[in-house]
Design a protein around this ligand. Structure first.
Ligand SMILES: Nc1ncnc2c1ncn2[C@@H]1O[C@H](COP(=O)(O)OP(=O)(O)O)[C@@H](O)[C@H]1O
Ligand SMILES: [Mg+2]
Length: 208
């Protein structure tokens, strides 16, 4: 039985999320355009949003997510050599928190190829910061070291829906409906905050 599925609006790669206009049409996921080139998620749209995130109580909780610059990530995390996933722009590794031995995280490492890409990664960080939902993989902190950026995320156990389909040919109807329900809930939440994923596909849904 499938339990918690999480999709990561992760990316910098193919699936960079994009802020929608923040009005009624926010609930419409944008069609499958490839996000990397088309993610003008900059502040003007956000400011126009009646449900602008982070304005709930006078405290902007987004400020609490650490963004480390030129700090050695391996001092905090013991990163496994084997990747657990790869996307358009980065590889994802499982890592152990040196401060709490039992705590596992997923770390996506991306290369800042150019200014445009760097800006896209930064937009992705701002957008991920705003999402707090049980079915959306949570961004915990980021590190920037030289040409690399690291996204430290909640580790979502399980496997990609894509791999599961490749292994077994199909996913049974009951499990499929559970996955669709959970993903829909997550998307609805994101849309209510003016954010569209823009690259929903089996590779970007992990479930166990
Ligand atoms: N937090 C996570 N926990 C577990 N696996 C993850 C996590 N984030 C990403 N992955 C795995 O890594 C793959 C690539 O990550 P993703 O963020 O989609 O990269 P990209 O944006 O470059 O496509 C995913 O398809 C998934 O298999
Ligand atoms: Mg992906």
């Amino acid at each position: 039985m499938a339990e918690e599925k999480k999709f990561g609006p992760a990316g910098g790669g193919d699936d960079e999320p994009r802020r929608t206009s923040g009005t009624g049409n926010a609930a419409t996921p944008s069609s499958g355009s490839r996000a990397a080139a088309a993610a003008p998620s900059s502040g003007s749209d956000a400011a126009a949003s009646p449900s602008a995130p982070g304005k709930r109580s006078g405290i902007d909780f987004r400020n609490f997510m650490p963004e480390h610059i030129n700090k050695e990530i391996t001092r905090r995390y013991n990163i496994d050599k084997c990747e657990i996933g790869a996307g358009g722009y980065g590889k994802v590794y499982i890592a152990k928190d040196r401060h709490f031995e039992d705590r596992l995280v997923a770390i996506k490492k991306v290369v800042k190829h150019d200014a445009q890409k760097t800006a896209a990664f930064k937009r992705e960080i701002q957008i991920m910061k705003e999402l707090d939902h049980p079915n959306i993989c949570k961004l915990l902190e980021t590190y920037e070291q030289g040409r690399f950026m690291f996204f430290v995320m909640e580790y979502c156990e399980g496997r990609e829906v894509f791999d599961r389909i490749m292994d077994t040919g199909l996913i049974e109807e009951g499990v499929t409906s559970d996955i669709v329900k959970q993903v829909s809930t997550a998307l609805k939440y994101a849309h209510s905050r003016g954010i569209a994923h823009r690259d929903m596909k089996p590779e970007n849904v992990v479930f166990c």
